[in-house]
Design a protein around this ligand. Sequence first.
Ligand SMILES: [Zn+2]
Length: 675
Amino acid sequence: MSDNPLLQAWTTPFGVPPFNLIRAAHFPPAFDQAMAAHRAEVAAIAGTAAAPSFGNTLATLEGAGRLLDRVRSCFSNLVSSQASEALQAVERDYAPRLARHRTEITLDPAIFARIGALHAARDSLDLAPDERRLLERTHAGLVRAGAGLDPAARARLTELSTRLATLHTAFGQNVLRDETDWQMLLAEDELDGLPGFARDAARQAAAERGLDGWVITLSRSSVEPFLTFSTRRELRERAWRGWVARGTNAGAQDNRPLIRAILALRAERARLLGHADFAQWRLADNMARAPEAVDRLLRQVWVPATRQLEAERAELEKLAGAAGHNGPLEAWDWRHWAERACRALHDFDESLLKPYFPLEGMLRAAFDTAGRLFGVSFTERHDIPLYHPDVRAFEMLGADGQHRGLFLLDSFARAGKRSGAWMSSYRVAESFAGEVTPIIVNNNNIAKATPALLSFDEARTLFHEFGHALHGLLSTARYPSQSGTNVLADFVEFPSQVLEHWLTVPETLRAHARHHETGEPLPEALLQRLLASRNFGQGFATVEFVSSALIDLALHTHADPAALDIDAFEQEFLAGIGMPQAMVLRHRPAHFQHLFASGGYAAGYYTYMWAEVLDADAFDAFEAAGDAFDPVLAAGLRDIYEAGDTRDPMELYRAFRGRDPEVTPLLRKRGLLVA
Ligand SMILES: [Zn+2]
C-alpha cells in the first residue's frame, strides 16, 4: 500500500487526520485515487442489475465516496486555516477537477433514472419519514442540478461548474493576498487612542512580520478596533481606504473581472435549468422560495433601520462637533464616534469590558450553556495530533457520559488563515451503517495575546460558531446528507444565531464574565450598562447588513451580468436604495467572499436575517417563560439541533414554537420598533 497518510487507515484518537504526517504533496495523488474509487462505486450502483431499491441505490450512494470525503474535508479545512503556497497551488489545480467530478456524478443519467424510478414509486416503498425526505430531496437536488436535461445541456453544466470553481478559488486567494500584503506600520506616537489590547495585537502582528513597531492589518480583528479607537483621523482614513479597496487593486489581484465572469456563468446555468436568473434558481430550494419574499423582509427592516441610522448620525455629529470635529462624519469616522457616543451615553467602554471577557471564560460560558440546555459536557484532550499549536481539542460527552463527538477550536488570527469566523467539519455524524461520531471545527480570528481578551462582538461570534458546532455535534440524523448543518440555506443560521442570545443572559455573564486577573465577576453596574447599550448602533449595523443583502440579490437578478461595470453598478445601486451618506456596504462586491469565494451564500447573504426572524422569535419564547433554560423549551430546541434535514424546517420550527415565526421580535431586538 501507499505510504501516503491520506490513503491509510487513521489510527489516531477518534480517527482525526494524522496532521503531523500530512504534507501538501500528499493531496494530489490522494484526490486522484479517491475520485477514481468514488467513480467506481457510483458505476457499480448505476450498473446494478437488480431493480432500484432504497437500499441498493440511495443508501449505497450515501455510503459511497468516503475516501474522497475524508481527503476533501481535510484539504478544505487546512487550506482555509493554514494556507501555504503549496496548498494553494493544489487548490488551484484541484478545485476545477473536484467540481467536474461532483457534477459528473450528479448528472449521471443511470443514477438519475434509478432515483427517478424510486421517486415515482415513493408512496409504495414504505419508507421511514427521514428516508422519504432523503429520497424527495435527493431527487429534487438532481433535477435542480440538471440531471434531467439532454446530454448537450449536461455537458455545458459540467463545463460551467468547472469554470466557476476555478474563478471562486482565484477570488478567495486574491482577497487573502490583499489582506496579507497590506500593512500599516506605526510608530509609538501614532498609537493615540488605542487601548492596551489593540496595541498588544499590533505589536504581535509586527513581530510576526519581523518588524519593529506596531502593525495594523486588514484582518477585521485588527482594522476594526483601529477604526474604532484611533484618534488619528488621517490614519483611520488610510486604514479604511485599504480595507474597502480589497479586491479592487488593479493588476492580477483585481476581483472585478472575476465577478462579471462568475455572475455570467451562474446566470447561464440558471437559464439552462429553466429559471429566469440565478436568484430564482437558488431561492426555489430555500424556505423563502422566491426573491420577492426576501426583498419584502429586507425592505421591512430597511426603512426603520435608515430612520434609526439618521437618529444615530444626529447624536454622533453633535458629540463630534462639540469635540471640535468640523464637517460631516465620513465613513472612517463612524465607528470612532459611535464608540465615543456609546461611552458617553451609557458610561460604558468596550475596553473596560474586555478584561472580563477572556477567551477561557467565554469558552466556559459556551460549554456551560450547552450543558444546561442540552445536557452535554466538554473535556479538553491533549493526546490528539493537530495542525497548529494554537488548535485545541475537546471531547463532547452526552448526559450518560458517552463520547458524542470531537470539537476542535482554532481561535487566533494568523497569516495564511482566511478572515472571519466559520464552522466546518472533518466528519459528520451518521448511523445508518454503524455509529459514526462527528469531528467539528470552529475557526475564529481573534488577535493572539496572553491572555486573549475578547470584545463583546468577538464573544458573540464565539457563541455563534459554537451554535453551528452544536448543530453538527448533536445531530442524530442517520444519513450523512441530512446530518447537522446540511439543512436549507436560510435555516442553517438559526441554530448559530439563536445561541448568541445566551451570551447576554444575565446569569451567564454573572457566572463567566470574570476579570482575567482577579477572577472578580463583571460589576453589576457595568453588566446593566452593557445590556442597556446593546441596541446602540443597530441603525448602523442593520443598514450595513441589509444593503449588502440587497446588492447580493441585485447582482444575482441582473439581466446581463457579462456587461457589468461593477463600480458603476455599486454606485447606482447605493443611490437607488437611498444609502445614507458615509455608509458603505459591509462587504463590497470585490471582497464579498460569501458570494464569490464559493457559491455557498450567493443570493443567500439574506439568510442571516431570515434566520434572525426565527432566532429572535424563538428566544422570545424563553423570555416569556421567564427562564432562559426552561427545560420544556430547551428540549424542543434540542429537537431542532438534532434533526438536521430529516424534517422540513418550518415544520420543526412550528413544533418548537407552536405557531409560525413573527418579525416583531427581530425589530424589537434591534431597537427598530417605533414606540
Ligand atoms: Zn453562521
